[in-house]
Design a protein around this ligand. Structure first.
Ligand SMILES: Nc1ncnc2c1ncn2[C@@H]1O[C@H](COP(=O)(O)OP(=O)(O)OP(=O)(O)O)[C@@H](O)[C@H]1O
Ligand SMILES: [Mg+2]
Length: 376
């Protein structure tokens, strides 16, 4: 999309001020409580993504923010104003639905200018604004086209331009890319992110695609069953998940049981006793202590896999290679260690021909593993 600014968005320097506050939001459908006390602050210009399994309440939350569904209790504060009781058209929010909800009997320009017309903008000002928006999403040549004569990606851009037409304070995007094929999805997510950053528009994004969420967001909000499980940057969520559910939700994870045998308080070096031997790590967290029963969170790409199983080296366990799936830039390995199965991603698999026939392998556990304290 082009580097043309849209008036209004770049003025504010109050980046740290929360643009949107959700305070203890509950939502009942009949007796079914689908949001169970959701609280969050979203800063101006931030892109926050809600992820979570189907039915956990993501769309319901977006609809509440946009005013399309009544809130049962709690507060929604937009730019300092409580908006609980305002109808959608009086809220400074715009929602972009998964199916785009474009008007099929209107042209691209009419779709983009719809909100302006409803708000009684003068014709010449509307035309100029629509031109500006179409340029921004690189559809300036498509103004007179009917919606059904556009590709999926182009329709997505029209929906995006329409949502931005009245310069909402918060943009709400519910699975905006899910109707696109995989390649276009990648392109569009980059475009959305670039435009969002350039316009500095506060955005709440919903997706069930954890990779899309990690790639596009300033912060992720992981939801489960109507509650927020963890809020953090994509790196925090991936590397320091708060619990097993989150660890398993953002990418694959191998778990290994252990007990913290010792912690050197100065260096934060720790030793984990496991049934396969001792693992030395460097603790990157302070919520565990010596004696705690823990689960080690071992990501497939963090493990080194080596041929043979000879010497007795630190953090190296002996395993049997059960499968080796070579796919060019990566090989997916399944290794059993005792009665535990581990999935290992081997990048740049240069020794593939040897691994294909290997039986015994060495598996090197990294020092950087994250620990989850087991509940007693
Ligand atoms: N209008 C409604 N009436 C009754 N129950 C509803 C209504 N809308 C949603 N629900 C229920 O609320 C829960 C949350 O639904 P929601 O659509 O918010 O989930 P979601 O996280 O967006 O899921 P998905 O990833 O499948 O889109 C679900 O159990 C759903 O069945
Ligand atoms: Mg949904």
């Amino acid at each position: 999309m082009k580097k043309k600014e849209v008036a209004g968005y770049m003025d504010s320097k109050e980046n740290e001020k929360p643009m949107l506050i959700l305070r203890d939001i509950h939502k009942f459908y009949g007796t079914n409580e689908v949001l169970k006390g959701v609280s969050l602050e979203v800063k101006k210009g931030e892109l926050v993504t809600f992820v979570g399994p189907s039915g956990c309440g993501k769309t319901t939350l977006l609809r509440l923010i946009g005013g399309f569904t009544d809130i049962s209790s709690g507060d929604i504060i937009l730019d300092g104003q409580r908006i609980n009781d305002l109808p959608p058209n009086l809220r400074d929010t715009r929602i972009c639905f998964q199916n785009y909800a474009l008007f099929p009997h209107m042209t691209v320009a009419e779709n983009v200018g719809y909100g302006l017309k409803i708000n009684k903008w003068p014709k010449d000002k509307t035309a100029a604004r629509v031109r500006e928006l179409l340029e921004m999403v690189e559809l300036e040549a498509f103004g007179d086209r009917m919606i059904d004569k556009l590709s999926g990606g182009q329709q997505q851009r029209v929906a995006f331009a329409r949502a931005l037409s009245l310069e909402p304070k918060v943009l709400l995007l519910d699975e905006p890319l899910s109707n696109l094929d995989a390649n276009l999805r990648l392109v569009m997510r980059e475009e959305i992110r670039k435009l969002q950053e350039r316009l500095h528009i506060t955005t709440v994004f919903v997706t069930h695609d954890q990779f899309e969420a990690m790639a596009i967001s300033d912060r992720l909000v992981v939801m489960k069953d109507g509650r927020i499980e963890q809020v953090g940057s994509p790196i925090e969520i991936y590397e320091k998940p708060a619990n097993e559910f989150i660890a398993g939700f953002v990418g694959y994870v191998n778990f290994m049981d252990g007990r913290i045998a010792s912690i050197d308080e100065k260096t934060r070096d720790a030793v984990i006793a496991t049934e396969y031997g001792k693992i030395a790590i460097t603790l990157g967290q302070d919520d565990v202590k010596t004696g705690d029963e823990v689960l080690m969170v071992i990501r497939p790409e963090s493990v080194n896999i080596l041929l043979d199983c000879g010497g007795n080296r630190q953090n190296v366990l002996c395993g049997s290679l059960k499968s080796y799936m070579y796919a060019g830039s990566i090989a997916k390995c399944t290794v059993t260690i005792g009665d535990r199965t581990m999935i290992i991603d081997q990048y740049n698999p240069r020794d593939a021909q040897h691994f294909k026939h290997a039986e015994q392998v060495e598996v090197e556990i990294p020092r950087s593993v994250h620990l989850l304290k087991k509940k007693k």
